[in-house]
Design a protein around this ligand. Structure first.
Ligand code: ADP
Ligand code: MG
Length: 239
């Protein structure tokens, strides 16, 4: 059976424009990720992981090459159309949680829906379901500074889920968390993946990457390794 790809990048290059001229960061990156995969992106600091994630998340555009996201060729597409595809497809989770300090957890999770035509009561109802899902049903009206870092990352994950994304992109989601809390967050990602959500996360920790079914390693802007975890059956992954 042919698998449906969520991410397909071909001959992707990215150079940042600097005062000293173009600075190449991604060099001929090719990667296909199918629906339902769970991929850890690894590699040393400065190897281009965040640049790559920003392109996958349509927050940045490649210098050249193609990127097909959920069947849409987004490189070269008009900005509004890209935003539409992104909002329908992707949930983001960041290292620094990026929550609004002055808003309740309920409002934080409901925030992405403010730009939709959904009424406030329904936005809050949906946010409540998601906060319950991540184990924070008793903190709906708390503010981010009243909960722990791990709980804040759970809120960020609930917010990432609010538009029913097919894909979650997480750049070092456990980078600010201790190892016990990191394991709890990884268990949550594992559960979401079992529910069918494709997950791509960046980490430089092997313990964290071992939770994923596939590990992709970057070095100096190139993919130098792409392997499946031994315990995971090979079917479903195009190599
Ligand atoms: P990683 O996430 O693997 O640490 P990054 O993608 O953040 O790597 O960075 C890759 C390289 O690109 C680094 O050398 C970094 O300094 C450089 N870089 C990142 N963002 C910019 C930018 N906006 N302008 C110029 N150079 C950048
Ligand atoms: Mg980075």
């Amino acid at each position: 059976m042919t698998q449906k790809s969520v991410i397909e990048v071909s001959h992707l290059y990215k150079a940042y424009q600097t005062a000293a001229g173009p600075f190449p960061v991604l060099k001929d990156v090719n990667l296909r990720i199918n629906q339902g995969e769970y991929v850890a992106i690894m590699g040393p600091s400065g190897s281009g992981k965040s640049t790559f994630m920003n392109i996958l998340g349509c927050l940045d555009m490649p210098t050249s090459g193609t990127y097909v996201l959920d069947g849409h060729a987004v490189a070269g597409m008009e900005a509004n159309a890209v935003a539409g595809v992104r909002n329908q497809t992707i949930g983001f989770v960041f290292q620094g949680f990026n929550l609004l300090a002055r808003s309740s957890l309920l409002d934080n999770v409901a925030l992405p829906l403010v730009y939709s035509r959904i009424e406030k009561a329904e936005r809050h109802a949906r946010a409540k379901v998601l906060l319950e899902k991540v184990g924070l049903g008793r903190h709906l009206h708390s503010h981010p500074n009243q909960i722990s870092g791990g709980q804040q990352q759970r809120v960020a994950i609930a917010r990432a889920l609010v538009n029913n994304p097919r894909l979650i992109l997480a750049d070092e989601p456990t980078g600010n968390l201790d190892s016990v809390t990191s394991e709890e967050i990884m268990a949550l990602f594992g559960q979401l993946n079992k529910e069918g959500i494709t997950i791509v996360l960046v980490t430089h920790e092997h313990d964290i990457a071992d939770h994923a079914k596939r590990q992709v390693r970057f070095l100096d802007g190139e993919i130098v390794q792409d392997t499946l975890s031994a315990a995971v059956p090979v079917d479903g992954v195009a190599q």
